[in-house]
Design a protein around this ligand. Sequence first.
Ligand code: GAF
Length: 392
Amino acid sequence: MSEAVAGAVAERFRELYGAGPDGVWAAPGRVNLIGEHTDYNDGFVMPFALPHITVAAVARREDGILRLHSADIGSDVVQLRLDDLAPESDRRWTAYPAGVVWALREAGHPVTGADIHVTSTLPAGAGLSSSAALEVVVALALGDLFGLGLRGWQLARLCQRAENVYVGAPTGIMDQTASACCQDGHALFLDTRDLSQKPIPFDLAAEGMRLLVVDTQVKHAHSGGEYGKRRAGCEKGAALLGVDALRDIPYAGLDEALGRLGDDEEVRRLVRHVVSENERVERVVALLEAGRTRAIGPVLVEGHASLRDDFRVSCPELDLVVDTALAAGALGARMTGGGFGGSAIVLAEAADADAITKAVEEAFAAAGFTAPRVFEAVPSAGARRLSRGSVG
Ligand code: GAF
């Protein structure tokens, strides 16, 4: 499977650039099981990688030129000079790979140019980290080709810098770390303060369950203002409470902290979400480690309510998925990712999954919403090299 994909992508690279690539790499998208809007508060998250990947065929250049092409965006090869790369100078898809090259060079890594061709099975704007997958696959390829010896978490930090500074989207570190570091068959319990990680076995099929992803088809973007406003509100909360980040407020101290925030209702709601969400992540980890997988369902539902009512990043389509899935017998459901559209996840007994899918599709039709895309999410491998040398 990977060999066939690598061969086809390498063949297209050869057609575009006149010679084969030096290798082909892949990086996955993710869903987040629990731990939303905690990553820029130094908190806990628990994503796992999807089988959906972004694949890049890449060849090294020595002449300061970066050439970029995407099979998924109908445009010609874009050619850039490395010396011209500048933050927030590009509003196209090319800002993500170019931003990675910029971040690598800015960190002192001797990257001298590349030809890159990418294609992806990840839907863009679905809240499944297509941007992070694109960044990570380029960072991994360039790290290999220029012998940079970068570990997964180091790639993630560089990619986050590319997204924050070069693209101009103030996101956290979860998506890049998930794409770079997740393991097949596991969710990743990640402490975003120090990037310490614990892979947690997560094999739902073996326990007779399934996890569905419902892409509402409502497109989201984190360079827009709402995500940044939430982040700024959290930072304000941390400053008012005299801590470095909201991670430093223990769950046991939440009421006291809320009391100290007085009548700033907006900040109180943000703080309540973040502090309680960190506790939910720890609860889910404990339940999974105790083999009580079905018991995480209600925790996912609590997380959704908190994102909807306190953090206010849900939307009618995401709420409809959650309400309908629960009414149709799901064990749990919640929005996943940044929100304002994108996708929800549904945890279900395997035997109920088809009926739940049908119920959600019918509810969307009845509400007059665009039909959702529903698929099963199986925890898959993180970023990797698919082939070496010239292929195809
Ligand atoms: C988006 C961001 F990119 C992540 O960093 C994270 O903040 C997430 O929204 C919300 O948990 O995916």
